[in-house]
Structures are given as structure tokens and as C-alpha cells.
Design a protein around this ligand. Structure first.
Ligand SMILES: Nc1ncnc2c1ncn2[C@@H]1O[C@H](COP(=O)(O)OP(=O)(O)OP(=O)(O)O)[C@@H](O)[C@H]1O
Length: 355
């Protein structure tokens, strides 16, 4: 079931929560809505669910206008950050709930319900917990049961609002992989809200990056990461070093550094971003974008993070493999030169972008 969002506008008082949002979710796709707190992701998800009404615009399911269809008739499954399992019911009864409350005329038989629940519990790999109560489960297990419960009624669309938000980092990582595998198995059209870029990039088929109630960029994870469309997306997807320069013709100049651009966004003042792992640390000043003194050295697992103080008061961050770091034999207080492997450049358009 595809979802089409057309010109959605939503205000809360004077505050514009969603500003003319347009988006198509393909049938069977797992799509992430990614953005900082308050950007409107949850509001958009609630509008898709029918839990919130837009001021204007339309939501279409499979080409049919559902803007004014009640939430109970939209056939959506919902999983929230905080497990909404019924405490007084076993895992089995929690998963069966949506089926047992169906009107008698369309309710499956007891045997059918039993088969279906056991199949779902197997799917989320927790069939051995059928007789347990929610309080006996870990946070990650509860979320898997919540997901099984939302799938029991065979929703056309599955909506997940920070489903792993309340879990610790390790469990979160396991569950993201698990969700990806599960989706590959069942292919229900799913929209997933997160503010965690790593989660969005790892789990989804496509990522929608939002900011201040509008969509900044939509694309496959790799595409978004490699070709961010704006300074906001570049910064939101990970650490960056910022440089100010100019574009003239196809040349970017930052101080004495010159770089030939393959795609030219125009002419004028520009901002350039380089990710810490895209800075080559060298003893030689040749082709250097910046030079400075090593102020801090942090060894983190297989990589080493250097903080380099430049003459003009900026601190740059470079990340290099431990092996390269050892070969270079860098020590605190030494002078190093930094050369970029990859630069993302945007015109300043009259105002500087800042981080
Ligand atoms: N019912 C409401 N009444 C008033 N303001 C609201 C209401 N719901 C949301 N907002 C505001 O709309 C903005 C967008 O909220 P929303 O929950 O969609 O953001 P979000 O991107 O999901 O953020 P978070 O990750 O923090 O949940 C926020 O500034 C929020 O305060």
C-alpha cells in the first residue's frame, strides 16, 4: 500500500509544525523520517495515522483519499517509544488482542487466532515467551511483542515512532538489524521516526531529512550521506569541519588552498564541509587546506581522533586509522597539515551558514 502526502500544512496556534509537506512512500518500502527534536516528524506520522488532522492537504493510501477517514478505519499498525502492552495480559493475549476485539462477524476462530499469534511470536523470535507477562520481559523484548501485536491485524501500513528510543545503545543496534530483516520478510509499507542518523541510514530504504516543518532531502541512505543537498543535512548526518571560501569558475579557494570542483553550484562566497575521516593528516604542507598544532589525541577503538588548533583560532578534527597514526608518529604539540579527500561545498547566498 503506497502512501501519498500532498501539500500538508499543520499549525499549532501560530507555530507552523508542517509547512507544505509533499512525500510519496512506495508500497513495501521502509522509510525513515529523520530530523532534530521539534522538526515535525511525529506530527507527520500522526497525520498519516489519522491521530491528527492537517489544516490543509491530503493523505492518500493506495491512491485513495483517507484525509478524513477515522484512525480506526485506516488499518494502520502503530508502535510507540513507550511500550503500550497490557500489563495484566500474557504476551500471547497481548498479541491476540486486536483479533479478539474484532466484531463477531469478522473475528477469526479461536484456533485461527492461536495459529496466527504463535506464527507472529515466531516471526519476532519470542515464541518461548507466550505465557510470560510484560513485566517479566526486557525493554527490547517488549518492543518486539508490541510490533507483533500491531502486525496481528494485518495493517496496510506500519508506523513506528522512535520504537527503540528508550533502549540502551547495544539493544538498539541489535533491534535495528532485526527490524531490517523482519521488514525484508514481510514487506509491509513502514514509516519509521527517528532522530538518530545512524539508525535511519542503517535501517531504511530511503531517508527523509526534515527541519523546521519542511523536508530538506529525500533519498537512499548512501545518496544522502554522499551527496547532502544542504548545509543542514551535511551537519545533521555527522561531524564536520567548516571552512569559508569562494567559488570562481570551477575553482574553490579557501585561503591559499585551491580545489577544482566537479559540480559547480554557482559563483561567490561559499561554505565547505569536510568530515573528520575525510581529512588526510600529513607532515608535508603540500596541497594542505589547513595546518596547525595537535592539541588532543583520543584513541577510540581502531581509530584515532586528533584535535588540531589552527593559527586563526579554529579547532579542526581529523580521524585516522590507528595504523596510519602510528606510522606518522604524531605527538602532542606537533605541527601537522590537513588535506581533504572529499569536500561538500555550498554557496553562502548572502548569509554565512554556521555550525
Ligand atoms: N498538540 C500540540 N500542541 C502544540 N504544539 C505541538 C503539539 N504537538 C506538537 N507540537 C509542536 O510542534 C512541533 C513539532 O512536534 P513533533 O512532535 O512533530 O516534533 P518531532 O520532530 O517529532 O520531535 P521529537 O523528536 O522531539 O518528538 C514541536 O515544536 C512541538 O512542540
Amino acid at each position: 500500500m503506497s502512501i501519498e502526502i500532498r501539500n500538508i500544512q499543520k499549525r499549532f496556534g501560530d507555530f507552523v509544525a508542517l509547512d507544505n509537506v509533499n512525500l510519496t512512500v512506495q508500497s513495501g518500502e521502509l522509510l525513515a523520517l529523520l530530523g532534530p527534536s521539534g522538526c515535525g516528524k511525529t506530527t507527520l506520522l500522526r497525520i498519516i495515522a489519522g491521530l491528527e488532522t492537517p489544516d490543509s492537504g491530503q493523505v492518500l493510501f493506495g491512491g485513495e483519499d483517507t484525509t478524513h477517514t477515522h484512525v480506526s478505519e485506516r488499518e494502520v499498525g502503530f508502535v510507540f517509544q513507550h511500550y503500550a502492552l497490557f500489563r495484566h495480559m500474557t504476551v500471547f493475549d497481548n498479541v491476540a488482542f486486536g483479533l479478539t476485539v474484532k466484531p463477531r462477524s469478522i473475528r477469526p476462530s479461536k484456533e485461527e487466532i492461536r495459529d496466527k499469534v504463535l506464527k507472529l511470536l515466531k516471526l519476532v523470535q519470542l515464541d518461548w515467551l507466550a505465557d510470560a507477562y510484560p513485566t517479566q520481559l526486557s525493554g527490547g523484548q517488549r518492543q518486539r511483542i508490541a510490533l507483533a501485536r500491531s502486525l496481528a491485524v494485518e495493517p496496510k501500513v506500519l508506523l513506528l515512532d522512535e520504537p527503540f528510543g528508550a533502549l540502551d545503545a547495544k539493544v538498539r543496534k541489535d533491534l535495528r538489524r532485526w527490524l531490517r530483516d523482519l521488514h525484508d520478510e514481510i514487506h509491509v509499507t513502514s514509516v519509521f521516526v527517528t532522530h538518530d542518523q545512524e539508525e535511519a541510514l542503517e535501517v531504511s530504504d530511503r531517508v527523509v531529512v526534515m527541519d523546521h516543518g519542511h523536508i530538506e532531502q529525500v533519498g537512499a541512505p548512501d545518496d544522502i550521506y554522499e551527496h547532502p543537498a544542504s548545509p543542514f543535512v551535511t551537519q545533521f548526518l555527522g561531524d564536520v569541519n567548516l571552512f569559508h571560501g569562494r567559488i570562481d569558475g570551477s575553482h574553490l579557494t579557501i585561503g591559499d588552498y585551491a580545489h577544482r570542483l566537479t559540480t559547480v553550484p554557482g559563483e561567490g562566497r561559499a561554505v565547505a564541509y569536510v568530515r573528520p575521516h575525510d581529512l588526510i593528516v600529513s607532515r608535508s604542507p603540500e596541497d594542505a587546506l589547513a595546518s596547525g598544532t595537535v592539541e588532543h589525541i583520543h584513541a577510540v577503538g581502531p581509530v584515532v581522533r586528533l584535535e588540531v588548533a589552527t593559527g586563526d583560532g579554529q579547532t579542526l578534527e581529523a580521524v585516522l586509522a590507528k595504523e596510519t597514526y602510528r606510522e606518522l608518529g604524531i605527538a602532542l604539540g606537533e605541527a601537522v597539515h590537513l588535506k581533504p579527500k572529499k569536500v561538500s561545498v555550498f554557496l553562502s547566498e548572502g548569509g554565512d551558514y554556521s555550525i
